[in-house]
Design a protein around this ligand. Structure first.
Ligand code: 13P
Ligand code: SF4
Length: 303
């Protein structure tokens, strides 16, 4: 089927089933174009919780669909490709948290939303790339533990008096970017502003002009007087950036950052998922209730 026909068929099935498509900022252009809403991981989950739609097709990776299902269990959450997972989320499991808590009973566990539902379930509070500093500083202890991303933890530790213990997980995509790549890109584009995601290494964040979540980066591009930007995150975000600011220029930071899992979903997968209604993401209720409490704690603090 041609792209246009696929899109028409998808929209018609969505109408029939009272569904919407939520797409992460890294998704391929054709998926972002057909989505009802694009955004960062937290924005999309919030949207999932607010919508009247009964079916949510989540074009992203598994932890995002899981978060939507945690927040709205009455809705049918579909992940078009069940093999679209986040390697960082899989670098820690619930047992690891349980063990940490046994050894450190008074240290709150702060878990990045890029984590599995069962890890969230053992957690005191969740955080995102947009609110991690606020969450860390809201804890009434001198010490906190952050997981699974060591880079997000090191970044947060620079903005707090607290001691930040951390799990040594990382995003293979962002962790692959080195300061030298950025320094070379800056030499090539001396008038460009360098935007970095907090999942990047400390050496990269140290030379960033702006550190932000994916949606934070989009906001920066929209309001900035700069005309050129070096983008220190997954390259899929350049598509919405270009749509937002047609006259501005966007460059890769020396190497192209591509998350293979974010690129798995195609229009064919969305159509197949809607036709079969098979790829449903549902969290067992005992885990969901505990995970929801950690997500709600975060929302309570960050608004
Ligand atoms: P955001 O929440 O900033 O969109 O990040 C999600 C992600 O997977 C980053 O790699
Ligand atoms: Fe996970 Fe990194 Fe891909 Fe984001 S970019 S989904 S953190 S592997």
């Amino acid at each position: 089927m041609k792209e246009k026909d696929l899109s028409i068929r998808i929209r018609s099935l969505l109408k029939e089933k009272n569904g919407i498509i939520l797409a992460h900022n890294y998704q391929p252009p054709e998926i972002q174009d057909i989505a009802d809403l694009t955004g960062d991981s937290l924005e999309l989950s919030r949207k999932a919780a607010q919508t009247d739609a009964e079916v949510i097709v989540f074009a992203g990776v598994l932890f995002m669909a899981e978060t939507a299902s945690i927040l709205c269990p009455e809705k049918t959450v579909i992940l078009p490709r069940l093999d679209a997972t986040c390697p960082m989320a899989d670098m820690i499991d619930a047992e690891d948290i349980i063990d940490f808590k046994k050894d450190n009973p008074n240290v709150p566990v702060i878990t990045y939303v890029n984590s599995t539902a069962s890890v969230k379930a053992e957690t005191d509070i969740c955080c995102t790339s947009a609110n991690c500093i606020k969450v860390v500083n809201s804890m009434d202890t001198d010490k906190v533990f952050m997981c699974p991303d060591q880079n997000l933890a090191k970044y947060s530790s620079k903005h707090t008096e607290k001691k930040v213990l951390f799990w040594e997980g990382y995003c293979p995509v962002h962790h692959n970017l080195r300061a030298n790549d950025v320094i070379n890109a800056k030499k090539e584009h001396p008038d460009a502003l360098f935007l970095a995601h907090p999942e990047c290494r400390e050496e990269v964040l140290d030379i960033a002009d702006v550190i932000a979540s994916t949606s934070g980066m989009l906001k920066t591009v929209a309001k900035s007087q700069y005309q050129e930007f070096i983008i220190g995150t997954e390259s899929g975000i350049i598509y919405p950036m270009q749509k937002l600011a047609l006259d501005k220029k966007f460059y890769d930071p020396g190497k192209k950052l591509i998350c293979p899992n974010m690129k798995k979903t195609g229009l064919n997968d969305v159509l197949a998922a809607l036709e079969t209604m098979e790829n449903i993401v549902k969290i067992p209720e005992d885990i969901r209730i505990k995970a929801l409490s950690a997500v709600k704690e975060m929302i309570k603090i960050t608004g």
